[in-house]
Write a protein that binds this ligand. Sequence first.
Ligand code: ZN
Length: 221
Amino acid sequence: MNRIIACTLSLVTFFCMPASAQKTVKITALGGKSFCGFSLKSGFYNIGGTREYITREAVKGDNSGIPDVIQEIKNTLNFSVPIKVFIAAEEDNCFASIGENGVRMIIADQLFLNKVNKSTGTQWAAISIIAHEVGHHIAGFNRYTSQLKSELDADYWSGYILKKLGANQEAAVKCILYYGTDYDTSSHPNKRARAATIRQGWNDAVKGSYDPSRCESCSDN
Ligand SMILES: [Zn+2]
């Protein structure tokens, strides 16, 4: 638990990206399909096609704290699939995708996550977004015709992960209740359905079990 507190606190440190460390990451949604992101402007949304981001790759011990949060999540779940973490500058979003050559990645804007924590009043909010994005990598992208089902799978894992990391149930749903929509969108379910699924994951973690239908690769890990 102490480690998680340290990670979340480090999310509020000032971040400066030296020009020499920057690189452009080009991301193309596989097969023309979309991938999941979250921003203050658009809430949870889908991104399609190809986009380029100015980023730096974050490593263990990075001052953003984000790779350490992701590693803690992976350790907690015994999920060993590599995920590259990139810190984006002034993108105001956080999202998960599979890039060229099948590289799994999460791209996050650290200052943006700080804003989310501030607006919701809990440092679990940023972690719940990161956990949702890790959840997409656990659940698998676009397994269903309906993107909404993929989003609920990621929400399930967000709830499961937050309980495992020590969040109470209300902290686990706070971000989605704050930023979610009252209605289904073309990409994401309404916030009541999403909060209910997060609670389901949280409750399953209490029971020490998980729903295997929520996972594409559980048997491989
Ligand atoms: Zn998502």
